[in-house]
Design a protein around this ligand. Structure first.
Ligand SMILES: C=CC1=C(C)c2cc3[nH]c(cc4nc(cc5[nH]c(cc1n2)c(C)c5CCC(=O)O)C(CCC(=O)O)=C4C)c(C)c3C=C
Ligand SMILES: [Fe+2]
Length: 421
């Protein structure tokens, strides 16, 4: 492994001497941070990279996303292991707000390309988290070949997602051997992180697709206010939250009895690029919009209730006997009561990728959901939604992915180490 050090982005000029190991042999950063300091609530601070679970799952959702999937072009298992080691070291540095490499962006020799691309110089860590996951094609290729000797380690829960009614998936925005979710409160920090991982991966991986997102569409902590999606509704009210520790074990983290061993403490990510036909939505009456979602647009309260966090009463009727919540409303169909208790930790982002040449915004929700077992959670919920959700008239699923996200990285280890041991 090559010798690399991290350069403090804020103290760049005087930084070269102060190296403190990040935990990955041969790599160094410049300061040891306590967990409390690392997870400081302010939007500029760092989030601790190492831990029992990967950061970026229950971490209070940051405001910006850069999500990318990569295909592995290398054919040798050792090359993949080397890449994961290099990526882990770089991720630990970037999340601590440091340049990657021994000399970083601007202190290297003039004859060589800089080790760090440089656009984050001077920027704080901005709560950057980097979360990795492995897709089905990482384990077996399209012909069923055992690419890296990992076929037997593919988790049963890492299913190929079935076709859902209405799916219009673009293969160029779907799948991928490896996914990296970069979240930060500064878009440039998130972009810098993915760009530098892609750069490290030259010759081993290629970017399959990437997606920028803004305005987190979920809250993952009770300390956060609920944001709004591009339909203008509060999104994330009835989400799993980091404070729900018992539920997180039941619904989010892979347990020892689930197996495989290398996934215990990890979680499964389903990504869906969902286009929203917002021009049509914007011509829909307020009353109909609220019926479709099943909540009030202003308060976010269940229909017939006053407060956002009031429990939903699915039996409530108006004076003429009609149910206050339509049978095909989104929240009714997605609610655990109608899905054998299944819940998700939603962590999606809004996106607007310009317009589509036909005068319509290419806009929507980049849906990200973490769970313990997609066979019991995302798949049945989405099967029910795809059949009956009143919202289907206004949305189209155009991209899809499923990834096994291993547990957190201990100091001295690397992303997915147990998978390769
Ligand atoms: C398969 C899972 C889900 C998909 C896909 C999905 C798409 C989607 N959702 C909204 C907007 C809202 N969703 C809300 C709640 C909600 N959605 C899901 C699942 C999927 N949504 C769940 C499990 C829930 C919680 C249901 C409950 O227990 O009450 C809400 C209400 C606010 C909230 O609780 O978060 C909104 C609004 C859009 C726009 C969308 C696709 C574009
Ligand atoms: Fe939803």
């Amino acid at each position: 492994m090559s010798e690399r050090q991290g350069i403090s982005r804020r103290g760049l000029l005087g930084a070269a001497g102060a190296a403190v190991a990040t935990g990955v042999a041969g790599y160094a950063a410049h300061s040891a941070l306590t967990t409390e300091e690392s997870q400081a609530a302010d939007n500029s601070g760092p989030v601790e990279f190492h831990g029992a679970h990967q950061a970026g799952i229950v971490t209070p959702a940051q405001d910006r996303l850069h999500f990318a999937t990569f295909d592995v072009t290398a054919t040798k298992r050792d090359a993949v292991v080397s890449l994961l080691k290099e990526w882990t070291a770089a991720a630990a540095l970037m999340t601590a707000g440091r340049d990657i490499g021994q000399y970083g962006a601007v202190n290297g020799p003039g004859e060589a390309p800089p080790e760090d691309t440089g656009e984050a110089v001077g920027l704080p860590p901005a709560r950057l988290t980097l979360t990795i996951g492995f897709g089905p094609s990482f384990f077996v290729d399209a012909k069923g070949n055992d690419r890296f000797g990992l076929k037997a380690k593919r988790p049963g829960a890492l299913v190929d997602l079935p076709h859902f009614i209405g799916d219009n998936l673009d293969p160029n925005r779907s799948g991928g051997d490896i996914a990296v979710q970069a979240c930060s409160d500064d878009p440039q920090v998130a972009v810098h992180a993915i760009r530098n991982l892609a750069r490290i991966g030259f010759g081993t991986t290629v970017v399959r697709y990437s997606q920028l997102g803004f305005g987190r569409t979920s809250s993952t902590s009770r300390a956060q206010t609920t944001p709004r999606n591009l339909f203008g509704f509060k999104d994330g009210t009835n989400n799993l939250k980091l404070e729900d520790t018992t539920k997180l074990e039941e619904q989010l983290w892979v347990q020892p009895e689930d197996g495989p061993d290398w996934m215990v403490g990890g979680s499964y990510l389903v990504s869906r690029r969902i286009r929203m036909t917002i021009e049509i939505w914007d011509r829909t009456s307020l009353g109909e919009q609220e019926q479709i979602i099943g909540r009030g647009k202003g308060t976010g309260a269940p229909l017939g209730k006053a407060d956002e966090f009031d429990p939903i009463d699915f039996n409530a009727k108006t004076s003429d006997g009609t149910p206050k919540l339509a049978a095909d409303s989104h929240v009714r169909l997605a609610h655990p009561q109608f899905n054998k208790g299944a819940e998700l930790l939603r962590r999606g982002y809004n996106f607007v990728d310009g317009s589509d040449g036909l005068g319509r915004l290419d806009a929507g929700l980049f849906f990200l959901a973490y769970q313990r077992d997609p066979r019991k959670q995302f798949v049945p919920i989405q099967q029910q939604l795809s059949r009956s959700d009143a919202m289907n008239e206004y949305i189209r699923h155009v991209g899809s992915g499923i990834f096994a996200c291993p547990p957190g990285v201990a100091a001295g280890s690397f992303w997915g180490e147990k998978l390769f041991s």
